[in-house]
Structures are given as structure tokens and as C-alpha cells.
Design a binder for this molecule. Sequence first.
Ligand SMILES: [Zn+2]
Length: 219
Amino acid sequence: MKITMGQIIFEQILVGSYKNFTYLVADPESKEAVIFDPAYDLPKLLRRLDADSLRLTYIVNTHSHHDHIEGNSFLQKTTGAKIVASNISQAKMDIGVQDGNEIDVGGRVKLKFLLTPGHSPDSMCIIVNDFALITGDTLFIGECGRVDLPGGDASELFDSFEKIRKLNPKLVVYPGHDYGRSRSTTLGEQLRDNYTLARRTREEFVKFMYEPQDVEPGL
Ligand SMILES: [Zn+2]
């Protein structure tokens, strides 16, 4: 899916059997590109880069679960891109970011990193050009990431959601999996409609997150 976003390339690409989303963001003038969460369909991603003569500068991982990083080493070997992840990530990386850090890609693409632990300790969300909010497995459309995998922590996710609530509601949420009724909506719509973002105290939220759910989003 191609999204028109001013002067940059922004594509949401459905990959693999877990309904993962990989994202391609690029500056069409300098040809510098960044890929978020490469794991599957890597030849297709390389062909996509080649089609516009794009040069992969960075690989960004929203967190280090295997279905978000499995393509790192192949893509790095093939393109020489640097791997960017949370500074506490245990996975192989070149640049560890802290909360609020920014990276420019080719002059027109600006990434701002927000550390949002909860689904995993090294989870983060990335704001792209004050337009898109790439949320990984922290927030899905109509759902949120599970906290019962190793390193998951509902109380940390509560704090991460408090951070996300303060962002511009016009940001468009682009999640790490296609688990929702649509592939993206504004943050404002999620704050209104996503039952996991309903107002709760920390205690209520922690209890809510560990209650058995009808549908358990995977990974
Ligand atoms: Zn995950």
C-alpha cells in the first residue's frame, strides 16, 4: 500500500504468515531509504528499493521479537545499512537510540524515537515527519500488544500509553501487524475507539491486561 505523504515515499507492506507490516520510507530526491522491521519477503523489498534506485541507509526495529528483525542480517549484508534499535535491545545493532532521539534520512525524512516498553522491554514507536506513528507491537488498530511474553510488563505499557496519549491526535497509527479492521487510523480515532486505550487507573489497566481475552493477538 502506497501512502501519499507530501514529498516522501511511505509504504506499508504486508509480509509473512503472521500478518506483519514492514514499512519503507524514503526521500525520493537523495534516494536514501529506511526499512522498518524487515523479516519476510526480503527479495521483494530489494526489488522495491531497486525499482526507484533507493539506497537503504537504515534498518529500524520497533523491537527485537524475531518476526520484526529476522531480515536484518540479510538486508545489512546486501545493502550495508545500519541497524537502529532501542539502546537496551539485546539484538545486534549499530545505533542504539534513547527516548526523544531524532535521525534524519536524506534530508526530507525525519524520524523521532519514543521508547515505549510494555510489550517488550525494547519496544519503541517512531514518529515520521510529524505525520505517521509507527507503533510496532505496542499498539494495533483496535488492540494492543500482549504483555505475557518474556520481558512484557503491563505497568510499563500503562506508562507508554500515557506518553502516546500526549502526542498529536492527527498522527496516523501504522502498526506492526494487520490485526485491525483497517490498516491504519489516526491516533485520535484510536484514543476514542480502541478499548485498550480506555481510561483506566494503573491498577485497573494491569488487571485488564492479564485477564484472559477472547482474541489473543499473537507475537
Ligand atoms: Zn512482538
